[in-house]
Design a protein around this ligand. Structure first.
Ligand SMILES: NC(=O)c1ccc[n+]([C@@H]2O[C@H](COP(=O)([O-])OP(=O)(O)OC[C@H]3O[C@@H](n4cnc5c(N)ncnc54)[C@H](O)[C@@H]3O)[C@@H](O)[C@H]2O)c1
Length: 251
């Protein structure tokens, strides 16, 4: 285990990222809470601090190489070298293929794929130095294909390829890389989908739950718990895997 227990969670102002940042703080990590705007991170940081943990708010667009390098340098200086990275920041720009703009395609690729690549490249140096690290990428059941999500499903499938390659390249340095593919999780992202299809969020959630074997939708804490497992020192022999956290075997 690395001496410095510092984790970075991107897109951690709300939703799955916020729950994950809080959980890693409970697990004993000092947590860098990254989101687009530093001010957005305040709630997550104060929740961690009021629970006795240590957190740092960092404003950074993960798709911008200069901002990513500056953020990782600042985190290393203020908290210590990061050895856990959760690539969670994400956006949706759903549309049927014939209506999808190039901007909607590029935006989704840039945040998910370029973002995870840039963050992983900047952080691996600290992991390799520590000879210990954990990278967790947020994929999705949409990686298996989802109507209206040509951009998002491509990005989420791409993240699975990135995960497996990072596992191969970084394994000898004590670094594991794994992916979590959530099903329906109740967050602002699924609220936006309900709005797009013109449904009340409660009805949308009930309809989703009726298709899920465990008969409920997921909560951000369900994903945070899986991240916690991958980040654990005792999970060092689990690498290059994709775990579907979807309340059942299928999307
Ligand atoms: N909610 C679900 O059902 C679900 C299912 C599968 C996968 N996921 C994935 O889980 C992750 C988190 O989803 P969520 O539901 O919590 O979403 P969310 O929309 O509630 O939160 C995403 C966060 O990412 C931040 N973000 C967006 N672009 C960014 C950028 N360029 N740089 C830094 N931060 C940025 C946003 O500001 C926001 O705080 C995403 O990668 C998403 O694709 C979610």
């Amino acid at each position: 285990m690395a001496d410095s227990r510092v984790a970075i969670v991107t897109g951690a102002a709300r939703g799955i990222g916020a729950a994950t940042a809080k959980r890693l703080a409970e697990d004993g990590f000092a947590v860098a809470v990254i989101d687009l705007d530093e001010k957005q991170c305040a709630d997550t940081v104060s929740a961690i601090e009021s629970g006795g943990g240590k957190a740092l708010a960092v404003g950074c667009d993960v798709s911008d190489a200069a901002q990513v390098q500056a953020a990782v340098d600042r985190i290393a200086a203020e908290l210590g070298g990061p050895t856990v990275l959760v690539n969670n920041a994400g956006v949706i720009r759903d549309n049927m293929l014939f209506k999808m703009s190039e901007d909607d395609w590029d935006m989704v690729m840039n945040v998910h794929l370029r973002g995870a690549f840039l963050m992983s490249r900047a952080v691996q140096k600290h992991m390799v130095e520590a000879k210990w690290g954990r990278i967790v990428n947020l994929s999705s059941t949409s990686a298996l294909g989802n109507r209206g999500q040509a951009n998002y499903s491509t990005a989420k499938a791409g993240l699975q390829g990135l995960t497996k390659t990072l596992a191969i390249e970084l394994g000898k340095f004590g670094v594991t890389a794994n992916a979590i593919a959530p099903g329906f999780i109740a967050t602002d992202m699924t609220k936006a989908t309900a709005e797009r299809v013109g449904m009340d969020f409660e009805d949308f959630t009930k309809a989703a739950a009726s298709q899920i074997p465990v008969a409920r939708v997921g909560q951000p804490e369900d994903i945070a718990n899986t991240v916690s497992f991958f980040a654990d020192d005792r999970s060092g022999f689990v690498s290059g895997q994709v775990i579907y956290v979807a309340g059942g075997p299928k999307a």
